[in-house]
Write a protein that binds this ligand. Structure first.
Ligand code: CS2
Length: 489
């Protein structure tokens, strides 16, 4: 095994905090914090250190990080023989802001805080996946409406912090979403402004006019850490760090360049600072994340456990090649200079990285929040042109089966999704597949109107569901290897 180690070059104790990050998980540690680390290394210091915060879960990680002055390691695996082990000190403080958020507000109200970044997952924005409107009926949002000074949600925290900054005459920080949603900056703005307008229209108008919500596309495969992966890091890299993260070598970050209070000179650290992130976001969401979700749901009906297992199955590779090349790619406005064929082949290589034990169940969680941006715009777009959507139909069918919580052969699994209760109820009252699929496809928060009304969509999903449940997954995987010369038709 070839291991390269990279150490911090600056003095961590001299770093100022300019960024507050909400959502301290493995992804943040392996992605954004790495770009900040590179920036601090290159500049031999600076004031763009991070205060990383968890507002709901994972207090243990915060406590553990603090016991080692927030220093941790990233293990980047190119393959099972090549890895880079990097020391990271970019996170300068960590907070768990459960019931008591005073320390968090102190940071958010500091004039030194110029940027607030977020990785709170799709559901952490409290918007309805199909139309991206704030979910005012959610109990946590209701709480934040009634008690705005003691908020529980990320949008509520941002609104209260902006309110207090405005009252103090402090310029508002820039809010940068780093979650996998198209137009993530706009979605964040929408959630924050809707909540703020309940306090006063004038305040919401002030936010609209004064707060920047740049969009960003984030990309790096970072499986959740497990005892097994920690043991591997120890055995293979001699890394005995409970807070270490393991990920692939690939990393990409494309950020809309809109930071009124300034930003790190990230363009020198490999970040693509651009005017319009949208083509990058849709490309990545529909191709990478869309294929991931296909592998997760179809792969789990084939009883596979990791992405690498699924990518080792030739039939599943044909499925995602078909999906990407023939269904998703023709719906994209590709970013300038990107060779789509090479992008697709590179994704398949990345999925085959067998040193990452990326569990299909991790990708399968929160499907109700993910598939509306990964597959459904592709389906809408293609059905409007009378084009086939067989891979997406199979994906939706496999997902609808997955959320039953019980496989065709009777094995049960946990359905980790904010809508799991609804799925349970729908499955319980529909033993007949036709009525089941009909009712599922009427879910307004998931399916846009055009798909809810599309008989062709219903039939395709139903056919796949019937084949999946009566004949099995192998019969569903009769896709032809796409002829790449036909690409873009
Ligand atoms: C995955 C993503 O869990 C999921 O839904 O599709 O976390 C994926 O690994 C990243 O977006 C890759 O950049």
């Amino acid at each position: 095994m070839k291991i390269k180690t990279i150490n911090t070059l600056y003095a961590p104790e001299n770093i100022g905090i300019g960024i507050v990050h909400i959502g301290l998980g493995a992804f943040h540690r392996a992605h954004q914090a790495l770009y900040v680390e590179k920036n601090l290394n290159r500049n031999l210091g600076g004031d763009w250190g991070i205060c990383a915060v968890n507002i709901r879960s994972n207090r243990l990680l915060v406590d553990q990080l603090k016991t080692q002055s927030c220093r941790y390691h990233i293990a980047e695996y190119t393959d099972s023989q090549h890895a880079e082990l990097r020391e990271v000190n970019a996170i300068r403080d960590a907070l768990f802001a459960g019931e008591d958020k005073d320390a968090l507000f102190e940071k958010l109200l500091s004039p030194h805080t110029k940027i607030v970044t977020l990785t709170v997952t799709e559901k952490g924005y409290y918007v309805t996946p199909s139309d991206k409107k704030l979910r005012c009926d959610d109990p946590n949002i209701q709480h934040d409406m009634q008690s705005p000074t003691t908020p529980k949600t990320a949008p509520g925290i941002l609104v209260e912090a902006l309110f207090r900054r405005k009252a103090l005459g402090l310029a508002p920080f820039t809010i940068l979403s780093c979650d996998n949603m198209p137009n993530n900056g706009e979605i964040t703005r929408q959630a924050v402004c809707e909540l703020a307008s309940l306090r006063s229209e004038e305040f919401a108008k002030w936010i609209k006019e004064n707060v920047a919500f740049p969009c960003s596309m984030v990309d790096r495969i970072v499986p959740a850490m497990t005892d097994e992966s920690r043991a591997r890091l120890q055995a293979e890299l001699d890394c005995n760090d409970p807070n270490a993260v393991m990920c692939e070598a690939f990393s990409q970050w494309v950020v809309e360049d809109n930071f009124p209070l300034g930003r790190p000179d990230w363009e020198l650290d490999g970040v693509q600072m651009v005017k319009d992130v949208h083509p990058f976001e849709t490309m990545k969401l529909r191709l990478l994340n869309g294929s991931h979700s296909l592998l997760a749901y179809v792969g789990s009906t084939a009883k596979l456990s990791t992405v690498a297992d699924a990518a080792a199955d030739p039939k599943l590779v044909v499925l995602i090649r078909h999906y990407m090349t023939l269904e998703a790619a023709p719906t994209l406005n590709m970013p300038e200079g990107v060779d789509i064929q090479a992008y697709i082949e590179n994704l398949i290589r990345r999925f085959s990285n067998d040193s990452l034990q990326h569990k299909l169940t991790q990708i399968g969680m929160d499907g109700s929040q993910k598939i509306p941006q990964r597959w459904l715009p592709v389906a809408e777009n293609r059905l409007a042109l009378n084009q086939e959507i067989s891979a997406i139909a199979l994906g939706v069918a496999a997902w609808l089966l997955y959320v039953r919580g019980e496989s065709v052969t009777g094995q049960t699994h946990i359905v980790d999704d904010p809508m799991s209760q609804t799925f349970n109820e729908i499955h319980a009252r529909n033993s007949d597949p036709e009525s089941l699929i009909r009712e599922m496809l009427t879910l307004e928060s998931v399916f846009p109107e055009s798909l809810r009304q599309d008989e062709g969509f219903f039939q395709s999903v139903l056919n796949s569901y019937l084949t999946l449940t009566t004949k099995g997954v192998v019969d569903c995987l009769q896709f032809d290897q796409p002829d790449t010369a036909r690409f873009g038709e």
